[in-house]
Write a protein that binds this ligand. Structure first.
Ligand code: OSB
Ligand code: MG
Length: 383
């Protein structure tokens, strides 16, 4: 495939309600939507022009990970697209499978890299008439939908919020926790919704090993898992905490690659892994992590980064792989957005349908994309 032009749309999507985690409150989702134009070969071997879409999941500020929206845009313009185009000049073509390789000299920036790889993969698959689900190896046509519930102002408010989601059919509830919003909210939700609610917590690295005695109190609530209680670099400490708690240890921030996943598994720092394609540099690396975990009998689930319909579509396809044995943070578009960039994803009996059309199977609605775009950069090949 030959890329002719890449457009970067900086978009802002207002959230239906603020989303608070231990690292801050989001009121708007700012993202970079990547639009790749390319000449490709279709399934019958004829040349065809295609457009592919990617989404950069970096948040507006570098609080969850070092990347941030504006930095990712700069990174793509100054380093990653030039590297990709230089590779294309040397080899005459790029494929989704060589995008990561073409950018390997640039250290870090997995979310920016992931967005470009996703867009190239989408273009490649659209040309061939193959879906993300087929390409990645999904084995189901729908995935169970979980919801991530932000830190609330009070426990009664939390109970009302969770009740709404349970009513809507979400199959699993994840509560964000932080020091001071930890045991009591979990106890209240378990008490109110009973033992059958699939419940888990996510601390986004807000605790330290000195909090082990407090965190242990979570063991009485029959949680599916505790996600990233400690720092990103604290693999050994997570392994130690895991010996002190019966709640299964799940890592998010710490798992930045398949190698990190293999290390975490070997050290027993993770009994479960949250896979986020953006965090690990793309859907191909995400699939590798799935494969490593599955080979080791470690359950995985698909995390979320408040994706628009584009990222949501790709995540649903990924979550259809057989090792994804726990419900993911793949909720309906309406969980976050009044207006999504694509046709909205809806909950169907607690499930999200895996798209079957070519590539992502969804695309941005042009008027909505235009309306939500605050900045547009176009980079032509050979420019
Ligand atoms: O830690 O899983 C996380 C959102 C932004 C950054 C980090 C996380 C999250 C979520 C939201 O929990 C999941 C979603 O998109 O539904
Ligand atoms: Mg998390």
């Amino acid at each position: 495939m030959q890329i002719t032009e890449v457009k970067l749309h900086s978009v802002r999507l207002p959230l239906i309600r603020p989303f608070t985690t231990s690292f801050g409150t989001q009121k708007v989702r700012s993202a970079i939507i990547v639009e790749v134009h390319a000449q490709a070969t279709n399934a019958t071997g004829n040349p065809t022009e295609v457009v592919g879409w990617g989404e950069c999941v970096a948040l507006a500020d570098p609080l969850y990970s070092p990347e941030y929206t504006e930095g990712a845009r700069q990174m793509m313009i100054r380093y990653l697209l030039p590297a990709l185009f230089a590779y294309q000049d040397r080899h005459g073509a790029v494929t989704a499978e060589t995008v990561g390789h073409s950018m390997r000299a640039v250290v870090g920036h997995p979310m920016a890299k992931s967005a470009l790889e996703m867009a190239v993969l989408d273009a490649q698959l659209r040309a061939r008439g193959e879906s993300f689900a087929q390409y990645l190896g999904a084995t189901v046509d729908r995935v169970p939908s979980g919801v991530s519930v932000g830190i609330q102002n009070s426990i009664p408010e939390l109970i009302d919020t969770v009740a709404e989601y349970v009513e809507e059919g979400y199959q699993r509830v994840k509560l964000k926790i932080q020091p001071g919003w930890d045991i009591a909210p979990v106890a209240a939700v378990r008490e109110r919704f009973g033992p059958d609610l699939l419940l888990q917590v996510d601390a986004n690295a807000a605790f330290t090993l000195a909090d082990a005695a407090l965190l242990r109190k979570l063991d009485t609530f029959d949680l599916l898992l505790i996600e990233q209680p400690l720092g990103e670099a604290d693999l050994r400490q997570h392994a130690e905490l895991a010996t002190l708690m019966s709640t299964p240890m799940c890592l998010d921030e710490s798992i930045v690659s398949a190698e990190a996943a293999a290390d975490a598994i070997a050290m027993k720092a993770a009994a479960v892994i949250n896979i986020k394609p953006g965090r690990v540099g793309g859907y191909l690396e995400a699939r590798r992590i799935h494969d490593v975990a599955r080979a080791n009998g470690v359950a995985v689930w698909c995390g979320g980064m408040l994706e628009t319909g584009l990222g949501r579509a790709a995540n649903a396809a990924l979550a259809g792989l057989p090792g994804f044995t726990l419900p993911g943070d793949i909720s309906a578009s309406g969980r976050f957005y009044e207006t999504d960039l694509t046709e909205p994803f809806v909950l169907d009996g607690g499930y999200i349908t895996v798209p079957t059309g070519p590539g992502l199977g969804v695309e941005p609605i042009p008027e909505i994309l235009r309306e939500l775009t605050t900045d547009l950069n176009a980079v032509a090949a050979g420019a």
